[in-house]
Design a protein around this ligand. Structure first.
Ligand code: ADP
Length: 491
């Protein structure tokens, strides 16, 4: 076989890629934007049907390009945590999908009894939060009459986006998910790799409405697409797929995605490590072995650059931030904390607000732009410090991807602040690459050990010899974080 197809169902777009196994590159891609709606403050919804038909469109486009006979199979990567509810008989969604960003269940999650919080921490590796699927599923069961009716008739399906796409692709034959997507539901015991009966009970979710769970490299079913039948041979959540696409497959490997937000995954080997303020999650299960990761996210990274561009109109394009920040030797003592909607890991404080401090009469636009880029690199350092402390594992180097990884100044600064090399790949679509690798390994088209060879570096940013100035910069940033967290009126 010549190729595999990677389907990447992201939050803002659905894309499909043809990965040429011999050439080791993507040779074709198709993309469709996906809408979102915000019916109430803090609510975020999507139309699961739209996700499905746009995914089908992209897949058909790729199959047309490559020819079904040349395609070994399909790998799927997807936005995680988002919940779809549908009718098992027709595949039709019964209500809008509740997207991972949706905060409608925050109050419920903040009022969970101590004992449930402890169970969630111990068994799922997560922190109780509206972000994860469990409370969204409960909300549907409690509030959507059509879902309640289907439940009574034994026809209700509740699952993440991967399981919905798989269900539709296989014409309702496969109702399954993988270990990585399951590990984001807050219902899955990451140690036993199965749903946790007690948590299902506490959230009032019957096991029968949920998909069966398999390793990431399972044969999930046969997709009927483009007039052909193709095996779906790999599934992983987008961040975990990116870890695979970056060939970060050994303990101590890590990757940072610099997109709207910043996502750091740190491979802790076959040991599940817990850390205060960070999430423990399944990295992947491949060839019968389960690897774990610590995960931390900063809500605003590239979006802070967008704010400079659109909110303050300080820079014409996000890319210009590189030239402007480089035009000054340092930020002149200015520090920024991008806590626009609170602070994520490791602080988890939703009341904190963004902070720009250390301004003098000599401060210029360039200092502020530089301080914003510094805040992105420092946010990543805060996460890595926790990860190294709690896992006892030293990071070897960090692989980078996402829109803002194009910024050479930011990547060099990141290397200097972390004190480890930052390795930028030639193919920045790490998520899709991970889905392609998963499918190819699962189908026996390539060996697991080949993944590292197929991920090539475009540039490696090595840390400066004298790191003292960067330590000082980081301390200055931490001082600003303290101030962003300080709320005199709440005391
Ligand atoms: P997402 O997948 O989260 O939508 P992307 O990976 O496409 O995000 O990255 C887009 C983000 O990266 C935007 O917030 C943008 O401001 C930022 N960005 C893109 N290019 C640069 C750059 N050269 N320097 C700094 N930030 C950038």
């Amino acid at each position: 076989m010549d190729c595999v197809i990677a389907l990447d169902a992201g939050t803002t777009s659905v894309r499909a890629f043809v990965y040429d196994l011999k050439a080791g590159t993507f040779v074709h891609r198709a993309q469709q934007e996906v809408g979102q709606s915000f019916p109430k403050p803090g609510w975020v919804e999507q139309d699961a049907n739209e996700i499905w038909y746009k995914a089908a469109y992209c897949l058909n486009d790729c199959i047309d390009f490559a020819g079904a006979a040349n395609i070994a199979g399909i790998g799927i990567a997807n936005q995680r945590e988002t919940v779809v509810a549908w009718d098992r008989q027709t595949g039709a969604p019964v209500c809008p999908a509740i997207v991972w960003q949706c905060r409608r269940t925050s109050k419920f999650c903040s009022e969970l009894p101590e004992e449930t919080v402890r169970l969630i921490r111990e068994r799922t590796g997560l922190l109780p939060d509206a972000y994860f699927s469990a409370s969204k599923m409960k909300w549907i069961l409690d509030n959507v009459p059509a879902a309640q009716r289907l439940l009574r008739e034994g026809r209700l399906c509740l699952g993440t986006v991967d399981s919905y796409l798989l269900f539709r692709l296989t014409e309702g034959k496969s109702f399954c998910t993988d270990h990585t997507n399951a590990s984001r539901t807050m219902l899955f015991d990451i140690h036993t790799l199965d749903y946790d009966g007690e948590l299902l009970e506490r959230f009032g979710i019957p096991r029968g409405v949920l998909p069966d769970i398999y390793p990431c490299d399972a044969r999930f079913g046969e997709a009927v697409a483009g007039g052909a039948r193709l095996p779906v041979a790999g599934i992983a959540g987008d961040q975990q797929a990116a870890l695979i696409g970056q060939a970060a497959l050994s303990c101590g490997d890590g990757k940072i995605t610099y997109g709207t937000g910043l996502f750091l995954l740190f491979h802790t080997g076959e040991k599940c490590v817990s850390s205060d303020g960070l999430l423990s999650t399944v990295a992947y299960t491949l060839n019968g072995r389960t690897s774990y990761a610590l995960e931390g996210s900063v809500f605003h990274a590239g979006s802070a650059v967008q704010w400079l561009r659109d909110g303050l109109e300080m820079i014409p394009t996000s890319a210009e931030s590189e030239r402007i920040a480089s035009s000054v030797p340092d930020s002149g003592g200015v520090a920024f904390v991008p806590a626009f909607t609170g602070l994520g890991a490791p602080h988890w404080n939703s009341d904190a607000r963004a902070m720009l401090c250390g301004i003098t009469r000599g401060t210029t636009k360039a200092h502020i732009v530089r301080a914003v880029l510094e805040s992105i690199a420092c946010g990543a350092r805060e996460l890595l410090d926790c990860m190294e402390r709690d896992s006892g594992v030293r990071l070897r180097e960090i692989k980078c991807d996402g829109g803002a990884s194009a910024n050479g100044f930011l990547m060099q600064l990141q290397a200097n602040i972390l004190g480890v090399a930052v390795n930028r790949p030639s193919e920045r679509e790490s998520t899709a690459l991970g889905a392609a690798f998963l499918a190819a390994v699962s189908l026996g088209e390539m060996g697991e050990e080949e993944i590292a060879r197929r991920r090539t570096s475009e540039r490696i940013f090595t840390p400066a010899r004298d790191r003292a100035p960067f330590e000082a910069l980081y301390r200055n940033y931490l001082g600003a974080v303290k101030r962003a967290l300080y709320r005199p009126n709440s005391e």
